[in-house]
Ligand binder design. Structure first.
Ligand code: THU
Length: 159
């Protein structure tokens, strides 16, 4: 029997260590938490996507009284970016979350359904999307969505 090891490299940085462009994207994600509609969980998530034309698209989680009908910040934002800019590849994505009057100290990571949806965009544009997961204590930086979803299913399997 053979074995295969799949690893994910994560860079851990402080806000101060980032470039001005990276800080701007994270600030946009933090700011986007303010427009989150999360009356049920009271967990406000903001996302910001940098497109290859330099534009930053922001969004946040949108909940619903019928709980499963709500949508995470990552998908709200990516779907909007793709619908508004179908010809511009997303280059980077930042995520921040705010609860109990504070930004979270440790980064949160996208749920499984978001990872799959985000992967579609990465594959579609043949362009890695760099991910910044913001926490006040530290920021996780991951080179691509694919790295967040090992053994993923994508359209290369469809004939
Ligand atoms: N949520 C996001 O928007 N993104 C994540 O990465 C994790 C969770 C939302 C969904 C729901 O509105 C709330 O956070 C609590 O799960």
């Amino acid at each position: 029997m053979k074995e295969k090891l799949i690893t994910t490299q994560i860079q851990i940085a402080t806000y101060e260590e980032l470039t001005a462009e990276e800080k701007k994207l994270i600030d946009a994600a933090k700011n986007a938490t303010k427009n989150s509609y999360a009356p049920y969980s009271k967990f406000n998530v903001g996302a910001a996507i940098l497109l290859d034309n330099g534009e930053i698209i922001t969004g946040n989680n949108q909940e619903n009284a019928a709980y499963p009908s709500g949508l995470c910040a990552e998908r709200v934002t990516m779907f909007y970016a793709n619908s508004r800019y179908p010809n511009n590849a997303p280059k980077a994505l930042a995520i921040a979350s705010y609860a109990n009057n504070n930004f979270l100290a440790d980064p949160i990571t996208p749920c499984g359904a978001c990872r799959q949806s985000l992967l579609e965009t990465e594959v579609r544009f043949k362009n890695n999307i760099k991910v910044y997961l913001y926490g006040t204590k530290h920021i996780y930086i991951i080179e691509s969505i694919k790295a967040l979803l090992p053994l993923s299913f994508d359209n290369s399997s469809l004939t």
